[in-house]
Design a protein around this ligand. Structure first.
Ligand code: NDP
Ligand code: MG
Length: 382
């Protein structure tokens, strides 16, 4: 049966790879709606190729420009548009691959509309995991992870019971700076940080990988997706990115998922679940070529962003939302050349220290905390 897909973040790294998967299986998948920010140049050929019924852009200005290029396609904009793309009647699966916390309200609405959700956007679960999971439970909607680590855990768990899990073991490649000491991080450039050894990804997540905040966000994401306490989530350095994560069960069995480091693998699994399909555009994993797998203890002093994420996650309430907003803002400022790489962690730490925790924040509280935190970080920087 044809699955109709709404793809939020179509022009991004995950978005483009999702379209590669859709293109590969034209009889199974059809793009019903797509959303992007402002990048018309990148979006236009995609709109022409996939002919979605609905296109959503970030703002009115982009909408006007796009209207001059295409007709016969409905164009909406802003948060309202993202929500419409998520709840539209024909849509079966919403792939949430926008960058940052803008994806949150649309995710909640998609769940309420009982759509299947393929979730790449980790900021959504980090800022409002308690709301998202409660809605998913209430509406009996499956959240299918796209992030490779969570796809690995999901497959390793394969429906086993929560009580049988001893721990989740999340692997981390270490990012662009894994072999540098803290001293050597002083003065690293944006280009250095954007040069990831194993994965090709969007700018923000590549910086998050270098700072290890990406792993921190993934720990919080795993906590919510699999309902496992932070004490039972373990992070280990594994430079080859061949094992994407593991689950150790109470009986000492450890199940790992291995695969070529290519995001199309977990993206397609989220789309075909519970079935599988030939992913002919991706290389097979060649273990003889890989030859050795390395593992190393994670150093929390070396990677303070990971430590802060564990702490914010354990504290709960509004703390993860503050962690995420401060990080999004600081990374943006780093990408714009306004602060140094090591400043990122400094501004996050400051934001967490200044914040008075709110227990169980609702959606509007989370949104205002998000805005306030970003404002404060910008204020500190200027
Ligand atoms: P990119 O920066 O490459 O892409 C972001 C996408 O979101 C673009 O299509 C962008 O449009 C769109 N977008 C940004 N703001 C808005 C907005 N206000 N309204 C509508 N669309 C918007 O990010 P990635 O693909 O790398 O990552 C996306 C998400 O997936 C992130 O949460 C990331 O953490 C997660 N993820 C990514 C992985 C990867 O390999 N890249 C791996 C695992 C998770 P435009 O092009 O116009 O700016
Ligand atoms: Mg990941």
């Amino acid at each position: 049966m044809m699955k109709y897909i709404s793809l939020l973040g179509a022009t991004g790294s995950i978005g483009i790879q999702t379209l590669d998967v859709i293109r590969l299986h034209p009889h199974q998948f059809s793009l019903y709606a797509m959303a992007f920010g402002k990048n018309i140049d990148k979006a236009l050929p995609l709109i022409q190729e996939f002919k979605p019924s609905l296109v959503v852009v970030q703002d009115e200005d982009t909408k006007k420009k796009l209207q001059q290029e295409i007709d016969h396609t409905q164009i909406l904009c802003g948060g309202e548009g993202l929500i419409e793309a998520s709840v539209a009647d024909p849509v079966d699966v919403v792939v949430n691959a926008v960058m940052g916390s803008v994806g949150l309200p649309a995710t909640l609405k998609a769940i309420q509309a009982k759509k299947q959700i393929a979730i790449a956007n980790k900021e959504t679960l980090v800022t409002a995991g308690h709301l998202v999971m409660a809605e998913a439970k209430k509406h009996n909607v499956a959240l299918l992870p796209v992030d490779s680590e969570h796809s690995a855990i999901f497959q390793a768990l394969n429906g086993e019971q929560r009580k049988d899990i001893h721990k989740l073991i999340i692997t981390a490649s270490g990012g662009s700076f894994r072999d540098k000491t803290r001293e050597e991080l002083i003065g690293v450039t944006v280009d250095d940080a954007l040069n990831h050894p194993n994965w090709s990804m969007g700018a923000k997540i590549t910086i998050d990988s270098a700072s290890m905040m990406n792993k921190g966000l993934e720990v919080i994401e795993a906590h919510w997706l699999f309902d496992v306490p932070y004490e039972q989530i373990h992070v280990i350095l594994h430079r080859e990115s061949v094992i994407h994560s593991m689950v150790e069960f109470v009986d000492r069995n450890v199940i790992a998922q291995l695969g070529t480091p290519d995001m199309k693998v977990p993206i397609q699994y989220a789309l075909t679940y519970p079935g599988r399909k030939d992913l002919s555009i991706t290389q097979h994993l060649d273990l003889e070529e890989v030859a050795t797998l390395n593992f190393q203890k994670m150093d929390m002093e070396r990677f303070p962003c990971l430590r802060m994420a564990f702490e914010a996650g354990k504290e709960g309430g509004s703390m993860p939302a503050v962690l995420n907003a401060a990080n999004e803002e600081a990374v943006q400022q780093f990408l714009e050349g306004k602060i140094s790489f090591l400043d990122i962690e400094k501004y996050i730490e400051l934001a967490l220290e200044k914040h008075d925790k709110i227990h169980n924040p609702d959606l509007s509280t989370i949104i205002s905390i998000d805005e306030e935190t970003r404002r404060n970080v910008r204020f500190q920087i200027n």
